[in-house]
Design a protein around this ligand. Structure first.
Ligand code: ARG
Length: 381
C-alpha cells in the first residue's frame, strides 16, 4: 500500500478517535504516525486506539443487529504473542472469559499482524467453537454439513473426530510462513447447551445441543489502514441463528422434518404449514434451554427493538446508520419486527470487519455477498 494512502487512512481514524473522546494532542500524534510510516512503511496503533478502533469496527458492522452494545466490547491486546501454541492457549482464555459461566461478555482479542519483522497469525476456523461434519460411507452426512470441507482438512492434518453429530473441531492456527498446527479444544472449555422443550418431553431424547458462544475467528479487522487478520470476536446468540438457520436450514442440521414427524404433522403438502409449526417448536426449545441453563441469548423481537434503539442513539449523535437489510431482518416472523419496515444506507465504513480468503481452502477471492449493497434482495432491479 502506498505510504501516502496509509497515512490518509491513519489520519482519518486518529482524527475520529481524538474527536469522539475530546482529546488534545492530535497534531503531535499525527506527526508521530507520519514519521513512523515514513521510516518503517507502517505504524503501530496504541492500545487505546486499538480498543476504540475495535469498538468502531463493531459499530460499523452493517450486517450486525446487536450493535447497541458496541461500547461494552472488551478488547484484549495480545499482539505480542509469538507462537501458535501461545495463541491457542490465549484463545481458550478468550473463550472462558467471554463465556463467564453463561453470562456472556462481548469480547475481541487481537493477535499479531505482520509488522516490522513480526509475523502475523491466522486462525483457520470460521469460529473458535464449531461442530465437525462427515460424509458417511452410505453417502449420508453426520454433523454440520457446513463443516464438511474444513473437517476433511483437519483430518488431512492428522486430527481424528469421535464421529458424533456434535464433535468439537480442533483449532487450526497458522503463523505466517509456517505450516498450520491443530490443537484439540478441551471439552471443559466449551459450554454446550442441551436442548429440551417446555411442553414436549420427547424433545430432549433427540439429543440436540448447540454451543453457547459464537466467536467469529476468520474475519480481518481493519483499523486506520492496518489489518489484523487474526482478531476473533464474540457477542451472544440471537435465537433465530441457532433455531432457524443452524438447526433448521435444509443445508445444515435440517431438523424440521424430524420434528414434524414427532409432532404428527402432515408433511405431504407444504400448505399444511408443517415447516412453520416445526420451526416454532424448535425456537421454543432453544429459547427455553438457554434460559434454563442460564446462558445469554436474545430473541429476535427484543433484538429488533434493541437495533432500532441503536439507530436512534446514532442519529442523536448526528451519525447516519449503515445497515444491510438482508442481514438485519431475522429469518422468522420478519414482518412483525420494526426492522422489516425500515431502510438504511449500506456503505462500508472504516474501521470494519472484512471477509478474507481461507488459506486452507485454496479460495483465492474473499467471499462476496449474494446481494449487492442497496439493491432489492428479491430481484435484480
Ligand atoms: N450466525 C453465526 C452462527 O450461527 C454466528 C454469527 C455471530 N452471531 C452473533 N450473535 N454474534 O454461528
Amino acid at each position: 500500500m502506498p505510504t501516502s494512502f496509509l497515512f490518509k487512512q491513519a489520519q482519518e481514524f486518529i482524527q475520529q478517535y481524538f474527536l469522539e473522546f475530546n482529546l488534545t494532542g492530535l497534531e503531535r500524534r499525527l506527526d508521530e504516525v507520519k514519521s513512523e510510516i515514513l521510516h518503517t512503511g507502517t505504524y503501530r496503533l496504541t492500545e487505546e486506539e486499538l480498543g476504540f478502533g475495535a469498538k468502531l469496527a463493531w459499530r460499523n458492522s452493517n450486517r450486525c443487529m446487536g450493535r447497541l452494545f458496541w461500547k461494552s466490547l472488551k478488547v484484549r491486546d495480545l499482539r505480542t504473542l509469538t507462537t501458535s501454541a501461545e495463541v491457542f492457549a490465549d484463545a481458550l482464555e478468550h473463550l472462558e472469559s467471554a463465556t463467564q459461566g453463561g453470562k456472556i461478555r462481548s469480547t475481541l482479542s487481537v493477535y499479531a499482524t505482520e509488522h516490522e519483522g513480526d509475523r502475523g497469525f491466522r486462525i483457520l476456523n470460521k469460529q473458535l467453537v464449531r461442530f465437525a461434519g462427515y460424509t458417511l460411507p452410505n453417502g449420508k452426512i453426520l454433523g454440520d454439513p457446513d463443516s464438511l470441507a474444513f473437517t476433511r482438512y483437519c483430518m488431512s492434518l492428522g486430527w481424528e473426530g469421535k464421529k458424533t453429530a456434535f464433535d468439537l473441531l480442533p483449532l487450526v492456527i497458522q503463523r505466517q510462513g509456517e505450516p498450520a498446527s491443530w490443537f484439540a479444544i478441551p471439552e471443559e472449555k466449551v459450554f454446550r447447551v442441551a436442548l429440551s422443550h417446555p411442553e414436549y418431553p420427547w424433545f430432549k431424547d433427540l439429543g440436540l445441543q448447540w454451543y453457547a458462544v459464537p466467536v467469529i475467528s476468520d474475519m480481518r479487522l481493519e483499523i486506520g489502514g492496518i489489518s489484523f487478520p487474526c482478531a476473533p470476536f464474540n457477542g451472544w446468540y440471537m435465537l433465530t441463528e441457532i433455531a432457524a438457520r443452524n438447526l433448521g436450514d435444509v443445508q445444515r442440521y435440517n431438523l424440521l422434518p424430524v420434528l414434524a414427524k414427532k409432532l404428527n404433522l402432515n408433511t405431504r403438502q407444504v400448505k399444511t404449514l408443517w415447516k412453520d409449526k416445526a420451526l416454532l417448536v424448535l425456537q421454543e426449545a432453544v429459547l427455553y434451554s438457554f434460559q434454563l441453563q442460564g446462558v445469554t441469548l436474545v430473541d429476535h423481537h427484543t433484538a429488533a427493538e434493541q437495533f432500532l434503539e441503536f439507530c436512534k442513539q446514532e442519529e442523536s449523535k448526528g451519525r447516519v446508520v449503515q445497515a444491510d437489510w438482508t442481514w438485519i431482518v431475522p429469518p422468522a416472523a420478519s414482518s412483525t419486527l420494526g426492522v422489516f419496515h425500515q431502510e438504511w444506507d449500506n456503505q462500508i465504513l472504516s474501521p470494519n470487519f472484512h471477509y478474507q480468503s481461507a488459506p486452507w481452502n485454496g479460495e483465492e477471492e474473499a467471499k462476496v455477498s449474494t446481494f449487492s449493497a442497496g439493491k432489492c434482495p428479491f430481484s435484480d432491479n
